[in-house]
Design a protein around this ligand. Structure first.
Ligand SMILES: *Cc1c(COP(=O)(O)O)cnc(C)c1O
Length: 571
């Protein structure tokens, strides 16, 4: 199999770089939305036979396995998995210099294969190889682990090592797509590769062919949250990677004070985009002077549709998985069959909940789902803003399912998990609430298909896109969400779902809108959502149909990839 790499190098490819990639539960090299999006990107590229190769890190210890104790304290364990169970180690080796010493890199090959015959090779870079010193071997162990120095070393391996590995394996690359700034050091490797060979240098910087590099690079920025943009002090940069390009020149590209990976990517990419229309606007404010476009995210339809809906779509919309546009014909499916498929998914989720937590939930009760990274701006606790009011509205009428990991260093995020556990206890006997442990792609699919209502309450404008709501729509689950990210584009009030809080143009960045948002949330839950669910079931099911026909129809990664091809890759 190893020698087989040649079958992928016969035509030029798009190289897709991502620090994390979520291919499946068993390959735990992802932490959340960014990685799952990367996985969906690759799956759609394979289905659509887009010539692509993906590059990431092998993260041998994964992100972490989450346990939660009685009090709601998150306990983190390394994930035990062996890349050899899933992939093939290629014999080729490349080197990068880190802290003045050579670090050797090898790559594991995993091939994403589509039923259409399309294939996308994914290279998982690994420094845990024979001959490396101990510090070198651990660089590709922990996803988002360690300190700043560790992160920078990982980014050297991903960006610089990744480009070298592609060349060593014989790939010809026509575009480099950086999925977030973690991989933007790749631009420096390209600058060196395309250095002008001129005798008379009248201007030191004339040797750098930045235009050529820009013409080869595409950059997608993913978050308006400040901490989401890596910035490294130049002392650290010099210490870890030496002067791969002269530091004076690097400062012009990546920022005077610190090396800002987002800025570096912005300056060296001809095509730059945000992940929803609103996120494009926010990014333009954040980085004035740059031309920033929007390609709104999507999810891989086949991956994010549960078994019972797959059967339904196969029967009424054959071909839907590779042509999600067929969701436009969702009206062909009888309402009672939509409901039946939904109840099947709901019962499966409730069985899983019973298995994991021992809690028995009622399939006839309106079930609300909330699962995402536990971090402050996502406001997992907004539902409990006024607990008495929630009980008055919801007792006997709603039950709630939570899940989500907090980054090991995100103390406020961990605090949110504890807070929800306190409400779980204090509302016992009034509103059943569970918190599922170890949120991953499997639990995500169970939840987005098995609840009735998908809740999202981010603080604006920090939800760049959000994708779990798109997964819900693929399973006829209705969204109830703050108007931010994709939902601004997806929400037709009372038709595809419901909005929480103000219109986006009425909001001021940094304003705490929690009182007003919670008030709106309770009002709609009481006056519209609960009555529709229990008393006007026909309207509810009609809305489920709309979610499929309007939201799943549009917010899928096939549409997204067609747009990357026509707007970014072939330019
Ligand atoms: C889809 C998904 C996410 C992203 O969900 P958001 O709504 O964008 O926060 C995170 N983690 C897992 C496991 C997912 O499947």
């Amino acid at each position: 199999m190893a020698a087989d790499i040649g079958r992928f190098t016969t035509e030029p490819k798009i190289a897709y770089f991502s620090m994390e990639i979520g291919l499946k539960k068993e390959i735990p090299t992802y932490s959340g939305g960014l990685g799952v999006l990367a996985g969906d990107t690759i799956r759609s590229a394979a289905d659509l036979r887009i010539p692509m190769v993906a590059v990431t890190l092998v993260s041998r210890k994964g992100y972490f396995r989450q346990d939660i104790d009685e009090e709601g304290n998150q306990i983190e364990h390394p994930v035990e998995w062996d890349p050899a169970d899933h992939m093939t180690l290629l014999p080729e080796k490349v080197r990068v210099e880190i802290e003045g010493r050579d670090v050797q890199i090898q790559a594991w090959l995993y091939v994403v294969e589509s039923v259409t015959g399309g294939q996308v090779p994914v290279l998982f870079l690994d420094t845990d190889v024979e001959g490396n010193r101990e510090e070198g071997r651990t660089i590709t162990h922990f996803l988002y682990g360690g300190d700043e120095r560790y992160r920078l070393k990982q980014e050297v391996v991903l960006g610089i090592g990744g480009v070298r590995m592609l060349r060593e394996l014989g790939f010809q690359i026509r575009k480099y797509h950086m999925n977030e700034g973690h991989s933007s050091l790749l631009t420096l490797e390209l600058l060196n590769r395309f250095k002008r060979d001129i005798e008379e240098v009248w201007d030191e910087e004339h040797v750098w062919d930045t235009e050529r590099v820009r013409s080869m690079c595409v950059f997608t920025t993913h978050t308006p949250v400040e901490a989401g943009h890596d910035k490294f002090p130049y002392d650290l940069v010099r210490d870890v990677m030496g002067e791969i390009v002269p530091l004076g020149f690097l400062r012009k590209l990546g920022g005077e004070e610190r090396l800002n990976m987002t800025l570096l990517a912005l300056n060296l990419s001809r095509y730059v985009n945000g992940v929803a229309k609103r996120h494009m606007e926010v990014s333009r404010d954040l980085f004035p002077g740059y031309e920033i476009h929007a390609i709104t995210n999507g999810v891989h339809s086949y991956t994010w549709t549960c078994e019972s809906f797959k059967r339904l779509y196969d029967r009424y919309l054959p071909g839907w998985a590779n042509e999600p546009e067929l969701f436009v014909r969702v009206d062909k499916i009888p309402h009672e069959e939509i409901w039946k498929a939904h109840m099947e998914a709901k019962i499966r989720l409730l069985e899983f909940i019973k298995e994991q937590t021992g809690v028995v939930m009622d399939p006839d009760v309106l079930t609300i789902g909330f699962a995402r990274r536990a971090t402050a701006y996502k406001r997992a606790n907004l539902l409990f803003h006024d607990v008495e009011r929630l009980v008055r509205i919801g007792q006997g009428r709603i039950q709630v399912v939570y899940a989500g990991k907090a980054h090991p260093k995100d103390e406020p995020g961990k605090g949110l998990i504890k807070e929800i556990h306190r409400y779980m206890k204090s509302l016992e006997g009034k509103i059943p609430i569970v918190y599922l442990r170890d949120y991953d792609m499997d639990i995500a699919l169970r939840m987005v298909s098995g609840v009735d209502l998908w809740l999202n309450t981010p603080l604006r404008p920090f939800e760049a896109s959000g994708t779990s709501g798109m997964k819900a729509a693929h399973n006829g689950v209705l969204n109830f969400s703050v108007l931010d990210g994709w939902w601004i584009e997806g929400c037709i009030e009372g038709y595809t779902g419901w909005a929480i809080g103000k219109e986006p143009e009425e909001t001021i960045v940094g304003e705490d809108t929690s009182d007003r948002d919670a008030d709106d949330l309770y009002n709609k839950l009481e006056k519209v959502i609960i009555p529709t669910y229990y008393e006007r079931r026909e309207i509810w099911i009609k809305m489920m149909e709309n979610a499929i026909g309007k939201n799943a129809y549009y917010f899928n990664s096939h549409r997204m990839m067609r747009r990357y091809v026509t707007e970014a890759y072939i330019r």
